[in-house]
Design a protein around this ligand. Structure first.
Ligand code: C2E
Ligand code: MG
Ligand code: MG
Ligand code: MG
Length: 287
């Protein structure tokens, strides 16, 4: 059952298993229709370089423009996409769309989220290659974000795919770091270019000593392995200052901007300024 304290005043009774199964099927059917009709759009949230204060790129975040429900956030449909297998088509679309839109920006990166289901076979490499060639986007401007749940799959298979993807020239990013169950050793086994520190740790900065400790530990690792570090969910100037002190390189959060529709990207870049990118060399790896 769900917590009733979280604003769900109208949840008069616990939802039964059957009800939940029906609701899930209805949602999946609705999602199937949405995929066919093309009801999705990508919104973009700036990634900010902490030294220069300028934008290095944007994370592409999917939204469902539902004819009756309005704009639906990923929390309400990504899981259904994964359960139904629709996420593979949705993910291919997200890649193609994000690359096509980013190819028209000034030299800025675009970060696209991938689901574990997209790693189940070999298609992801073809989808990335297609998105790059159709858009003309430079591969080094594309970042692929995966979470620890992806690595919990078949390790060898995922590792091989990540190396193949990196061979295309794209960058691989570990998202929501610290929320999974894996130890630190896999950071050595997978070719990550960047680690995004989950916002649960950023939120606890200055309040819970463990959070500062985690951030310092991540910094130690990323420095040694020559990865970029990014702090997620930065909402206050205090959090920003602390991340800067720790030596975190990039940040993302409502303090700078929430995710915005494509039409607002240019305005945001004008407001925040463009990071003067000295092309970062990719991590050198011995495969
Ligand atoms: P994520 O990849 O970790 O993306 C960051 C999420 O944190 C976004 O939520 C963003 O709006 C939110 N966020 C950013 N700054 C702040 C802040 O300062 N405070 C707070 N409280 N939140 C902040 P969003 O857009 O709702 O997306 C949620 C998740 O859905 C994403 O988490 C990602 O895991 C997934 N997702 C989004 N788009 C896609 C997609 O195209 N494909 C797949 N597979 N997953 C996606
Ligand atoms: Mg992400
Ligand atoms: Mg994240
Ligand atoms: Mg997340």
């Amino acid at each position: 059952g769900r917590a009733r304290s979280s604003g769900e005043a109208f949840a008069f009774h616990e939802e039964g298993m059957e009800e939940r199964a029906v609701r899930r099927r209805v949602l999946q059917e609705d999602l199937r229709r949405a995929v066919a009709q093309g009801e999705f759009e990508m919104h973009y949230q700036p990634l900010v370089h902490l030294r220069s204060g300028g934008v290095t790129g944007f994370e592409a975040l999917m939204r469902w423009r539902h004819p009756a429900r309005g704009l639906v956030p990923p929390a309400e449909f990504i899981a259904a996409g994964e359960e139904s297998g629709l996420i593979v088509a949705m993910g291919a679309w997200a890649l193609a769309r994000s690359c096509a839109e980013a190819a028209r920006w000034p030299r800025l990166k675009v970060a696209v989220n991938l689901s574990a289901a997209q790693f189940r076979d070999h298609e992801i490499v073809r989808h990335v290659r297609q998105a790059l060639s159709a858009s003309g986007l430079s591969p080094e401007l594309l970042e692929l974000e995966i979470t620890e749940s992806v690595m919990a799959m078949d390790t060898k298979h995922v590792r091989d795919l990540l190396y193949e993807l990196r061979a295309l020239g794209v960058r691989v990013v570990l998202d929501d770091f610290g929320t999974g169950y894996s130890g630190l050793s896999y950071l050595l086994d997978f070719p990550f270019d960047k680690i995004k520190i989950d916002r649960s740790f950023v939120r606890g900065i200055g309040e819970r000593p463990e959070c500062d400790a985690v951030i310092r530990a991540v910094l130690g690792i990323t420095r040694d392995l020559r990865m970029v570090s990014l702090g997620e969910g930065v909402e206050t100037a205090t959090q920003l200052a602390r991340l800067r002190e720790c030596g975190v390189q990039e940040a993302q959060g409502y303090l700078f901007s929430p995710p915005v529709p494509l039409a607002q990207v240019r305005g945001l870049v004008a407001r925040l300024g463009l990071h003067q990118a000295v092309a970062e060399a990719p991590r050198t790896l011995s495969a």
